[in-house]
Design a protein around this ligand. Structure first.
Ligand SMILES: CC(C)(COP(=O)(O)OP(=O)(O)OC[C@H]1O[C@@H](n2cnc3c(N)ncnc32)[C@H](O)[C@@H]1OP(=O)(O)O)[C@@H](O)C(=O)NCCC(=O)NCCS
Length: 169
């Protein structure tokens, strides 16, 4: 199977798909999002409208090249011109374990360091989220501390330069 991907800018219309991911607790087990009730298309769309207005974030949809299917989100938040926070979710578990998370991470890191010229990208990951930690270590992130069952990990531009790939957004 071909699991080549590309990233495109996230749009309001993507709420039609992503609201379904919201209602699967398995997807959010290791994240800060805690499902407390049914998420409808309207709720997701309202949330997305708000975050898409923010100027300190860059949000992208992860899509399959073979059929343009939208399967996940990847974003940089709290962008201050020098650094940003990183987030990744593949919303449909059918696509887990196929190298897609690694590919999407490589693309957005090249974008962050080469296009946006950031000097540092940080993330927080649950210490039990072994698949995510494996990706982040492979992409050069290093441990920068632990708090409340979470690892804080950081990647500098200099370190990324030794570990980068080509990218297309
Ligand atoms: C975490 C997540 C992004 C991983 O994406 P993915 O596309 O399934 O991951 P990949 O297939 O690219 O790579 C996973 C890597 O983790 C490794 N891995 C998986 N489970 C593992 C485990 N229990 N222990 C150690 N390594 C593990 C895989 O072997 C693979 O590494 P490899 O290519 O060297 O073999 C995806 O499962 C997801 O979206 N989960 C829900 C949201 C989430 O947790 N996001 C991260 C928040 S920080």
């Amino acid at each position: 199977m071909n699991f080549e991907i590309y990233l495109r800018v996230l749009t309001l219309a993507d709420a039609r798909v992503s609201y379904k991911w919201r209602n699967n607790p398995k997807v959010w087990k290791y994240t800060n999002f805690h499902l407390s009730g049914q998420i409808t298309h309207k709720i997701e769309e309202r949330w997305l409208r708000d975050v898409l207005k923010k100027t300190d974030q860059k949000r992208f949809a992860i899509c399959l090249k073979k059929d343009d299917r939208y399967i996940g989100n990847i974003q940089l938040t709290n962008i201050d011109g020098f650094s940003a926070d990183f987030h990744l979710v593949i919303g449909d578990p059918e696509y887990w374990g196929k190298g897609i998370g690694q590919k999407a991470t490589a693309i957005i890191l090249d974008f962050a360091f080469f296009e946006m010229c950031l000097t540092e990208v940080s993330l927080t990951v649950d210490t039990d989220n072994k698949a995510a930690i494996a990706i982040y270590k492979k992409k050069g992130f290093v441990d920068a501390g632990q708090q409340n069952h979470h690892n804080v990990m950081r990647l500098t531009r200099t370190r990324h330069l030794t570990n980068h790939s080509n990218y297309v957004i």
